[in-house]
Design a binder for this molecule. Structure first.
Ligand SMILES: Nc1ncnc2c1ncn2[C@@H]1O[C@H](COP(=O)(O)OP(=O)(O)OP(=O)(O)O)[C@@H](O)[C@H]1O
Length: 259
């Protein structure tokens, strides 16, 4: 089956946008994911929470096809991660620390990298590539910053630039790793609004976050990960004191602790 590059209809009755079935990933002796299973439907924002080392990044890597599960399977709109990646169906917004912000690329250049998969080895953009990039920049309200070196953006603008890269790529599933870390409240609100709009169009958004307070305003559903999926449900069902003390070992919602 080929990957559809269009955005699936909201509430479609076809395959889930993302299906992770019994995925186990080991790095040598370390068990990073232990039979993790989840499904997320098109048009949903799903928050992934869990302590450091609970397997959030590994889950994203498995969805992107960057790690191969020792057991289990991942399907993106019914396709394997490798096929989905070739079609640009999965967009990734990395943690800030994972990016070299001094690299001499403009915001537009970064968004254009989302089109590389379609360009062939010469990487010479065609009119359709340029149009897709300008549309994506406008969508995240960064058109006025397109010529700026990527490191000269604020934390929130940098995140939006990478969301634009995913949009230029035609991604129907977007994975965001800690998008609110180092981002001020106003930018957080802008990103939240943008993600809600993209979900309303039928995209599927997975957000790993330590920001439990922001979760109910952002996500339709939440997953508590501890190598396996401990709970998956509405944020109010997941963010209970019992679940949080099980996962984090302390009362993270009431005391303003550092999680
Ligand atoms: N390349 C690797 N080699 C060996 N162990 C790894 C590797 N990557 C991750 N791990 C280990 O696998 C486990 C899960 O790591 P992972 O990065 O998926 O967790 P995480 O929930 O994303 O953590 P954080 O919130 O700190 O980003 C951890 O114990 C980690 O030390």
């Amino acid at each position: 089956m080929s990957v559809k590059t269009g955005v699936p209809p909201i509430g479609g009755t076809t395959a889930p946008a993302l299906r992770v079935d019994g995925v186990t990933v080991r790095y040598g002796d370390v068990l990073a994911l232990d039979r993790a299973s989840l499904e997320v439907a098109p048009g949903r924002v799903c928050g992934i929470i869990g302590v450091n080392g609970s397997g959030k990044s590994t889950l994203f890597k498995a969805v992107m096809g960057l790690v191969h599960p020792d057991a289990g399977s991942v399907l993106i709109a019914g396709d394997t991660p490798a096929a989905a990646r070739r079609a640009g169906a999965v967009g990734y917004v990395p943690q800030s620390e994972a990016v070299d912000w001094d690299f001499p690329l403009s915001v537009r250049d970064v968004v254009m990298t989302g089109r590389y998969g379609r360009m062939g080895f010469t990487r010479r953009p065609k009119a359709a590539d340029r149009e897709a990039v300008e549309r994506a920049l406008a969508r995240v309200e960064l058109s006025d910053y397109a010529d700026r070196q990527i490191g000269r953006l604020s934390g929130g603008q940098r995140k939006r630039a990478f969301v634009a890269r995913g949009l230029a790529q035609g991604a129907t599933v977007l994975l965001l790793d800690e998008p609110f870390a180092g981002v001020d409240k106003r930018s957080e609100a802008t990103i939240t609004r943008l993600l809600r709009e993209l979900a309303a169009e039928g995209r599927t958004i997975l957000v790993s976050t330590h920001d439990l307070h922001a979760l109910p305003g952002l996500a339709d559903e939440a997953i508590l990960l501890m190598r396996r999926v401990l709970v998956h449900g509405a944020p109010s069902e997941v963010l209970t004191p019992e679940h949080l003390s099980l996962a984090f070992g302390l009362d993270v919602l009431s005391g303003g602790e550092d999680e």
